[in-house]
Design a protein around this ligand. Sequence first.
Ligand SMILES: Nc1ncnc2c1ncn2[C@@H]1O[C@H](COP(=O)(O)OP(=O)(O)OP(=O)(O)O)[C@@H](O)[C@H]1O
Ligand SMILES: [Mg+2]
Length: 338
Amino acid sequence: MTTKEQAQQILNEILVPGAGRSLAELNLVRNIKITDNKVDITLASAALNPDTQNWIETKVSDATKQLPALSQADITFVEAKPSEVNEVRSVIAVMSGKGGVGKSLVTALLGIALARKGKKVGILDADITGPSIPKMFGLSNQRPSGSDTGILPVLSKMGISIMSINLVLPHEDDAVIWRGPLIGKAIQQFWEEVLWGKLDCLIVDLPPGTADAPLTVMQSLSVSGVVIVLSPQELAVMVVRKAVKMAQQMNVPILGVVENMSYFILPDSGKKLELFGRSRGAEMAEMAGAPLLAQIPIDPRLAELCDAGEIEKYSSEAFDSLAKNFTKAMAPKAKKKS
Ligand SMILES: Nc1ncnc2c1ncn2[C@@H]1O[C@H](COP(=O)(O)OP(=O)(O)OP(=O)(O)O)[C@@H](O)[C@H]1O
Ligand SMILES: [Mg+2]
């Protein structure tokens, strides 16, 4: 291993305080130059306050000086906005026709599915008036850190980067009663001013509905694919039609359809009950020209885990099917980009 690689290794390992991810993962390393026994390292200062910068400088300098061939280290910070540093391979938006069908839940499960496969994942909660992502992950009491130049997302227990209006409001229960333009602005800031760093995938929990709000989000975030969440009691045909139209307008593919609250298994007899009516998942997926990623049953354990902020512990057959089919639906895009 050459000394440059060793220096890189150090930057791969030093975790940024408040972010829980390394300098390299946050894509803050701009340059490493070695001349004789001296190393010059240039780092981007995006979202790092002066205290954090000082801490990093000392840490990197001490660590690099330990390398056998190096005795001097110069660490320079250059100004950069998060949007100049962020490198997000794909942005997936999760859409539903109406509220309460489990859109946030599916957003969380899709993120968990990718994270369990070792992918670097972020979740952007764009549902400004009904943010519920932090609660599911047990992060409601956390507050993101940052500086004048940007905000660091909060990290979940398994390492998913999360940003939500909920995390920046003084109290978790504060209601957001902003109107459209302000909401749009907040979402855009979550995209441009949050230091996401290097991510394989950013999953966006869209505002409910198929009207203007989700469309604005999709336009400002360069979405690469959409997942539609339905429940059997919805006016599913209308939702799918609108979603297809929107996706076509935006020239974005629909990656799949998820039917939530599809059925309920009676604990004693194991009998399958279609509580909200006949399942139409397969039919709707066909209409959307996309695969049916999963049919998620009403599962009391799932509701419990959501309430307890422990959704990351969930596993079930339906989850496995969602994870497998979603990974498959993402695969061709990933190949094309690399
Ligand atoms: N399959 C399920 N089994 C059990 N509980 C569920 C299931 N799906 C959703 N829930 C529960 O229903 C509630 C609503 O789910 P969620 O917040 O994901 O819906 P949403 O579509 O995002 O709603 P909103 O429009 O309010 O944002 C949650 O509290 C969740 O715990
Ligand atoms: Mg929600």
